[in-house]
Structure formats: structure tokens, C-alpha cells
Write a protein that binds this ligand. Structure first.
Ligand code: ZN
Length: 140
């Protein structure tokens, strides 16, 4: 099955599924169908554990339409334990204490709510893992 077909068949909003190169084992998220390193097109779906750390972040205080209830919130670049980086919202954190290197874990959360239709959208976010303990964590 091609990666694209696999991707369409998966409830991708509820799984952190990327791809892995069958040749050089490079991992990708979001999924790619062509390996950036060895140019191989033999990539297989790969489910990530969902653990990572913050490598960069910004606090959003003026939200786009539909996100008003959430402000202020944190958007961060998270590096997964397996290597790939992704941009995501950070939930359940003290925005005054968020810092680079914080450990985060995948969590499914309400992303936005459409006031007119009442529709609620869910997707992935990451939440802080023991943010108050970060001083005790050794740097990696
Ligand atoms: Zn490769």
C-alpha cells in the first residue's frame, strides 16, 4: 500500500503517524513519500511515541478568529524523541514558566470551536511534563 493511501485510511488526527525510510531509516513527520537523505521512495508508515522537548516557542496573545477562548497560548517547535520537529500548541502549561528544553507529551485536545455551528475540532497538542521539575532534569 502506498504511503498516501495508508495516510488517508488512518485516523491521522488521533495518531502521530509519519514515515520511515526503509533504506536509511530516516524518520519524517509530517510524513514524506520521498526520503530527503537518500532519495529512496520506499518509506513505510511509522507511529511516533509522542514524547519530545521544546526547542523554540512563542506566546500568542492576539489570536486568529476561532481561537479567542484559548489566549494566551503557546505555540512551540517540538523535537520528537525520534528526531523530527513539528510545530504545535502546548497545553496545560504555565505560560510564564515555559522554557526551551521542557519535556512535552502528545495529548489530544479541543483545538477550536465554531461559535456558529457549535462544531468542535480536535487535534493533537502537546502538554508539559512536570514543568516545575525542569530544573532537576539533566540537559540532553
Ligand atoms: Zn532514506
Amino acid at each position: 500500500m502506498s504511503v498516501a493511501r495508508f495516510w488517508r485510511k488512518q485516523p491521522s488526527r488521533y495518531n502521530l503517524i509519519g514515515t520511515q525510510c526503509s533504506k536509511c531509516k530516516s524518520l519524517y513527520f509530517p510524513p514524506r513519500e520521498l526520503c530527503r537523505k537518500c532519495k529512496s521512495s520506499k518509506l513505510a508508515p511509522h507511529q511516533f511515541k509522542g514524547a519530545g522537548k521544546i526547542v523554540s516557542y512563542t506566546v500568542i496573545r492576539v489570536p486568529p478568529t476561532g481561537f479567542e477562548l484559548l489566549t494566551p497560548y503557546v505555540i512551540a517547535i517540538v523535537q520528537l524523541e525520534e528526531g523530527p520537529r513539528l510545530t504545535t500548541q502546548i497545553a496545560d502549561c504555565d505560560i510564564e514558566k515555559v522554557s526551551i528544553g521542557d519535556k512535552v507529551q502528545l495529548a489530544f485536545r479541543k483545538i477550536s470551536e465554531d461559535g456558529k455551528t457549535g462544531a468542535i475540532y480536535y487535534g493533537y497538542k502537546f502538554k508539559c511534563v512536570h514543568p516545575h521539575l525542569k530544573e532537576m532534569q539533566k540537559k540532553s
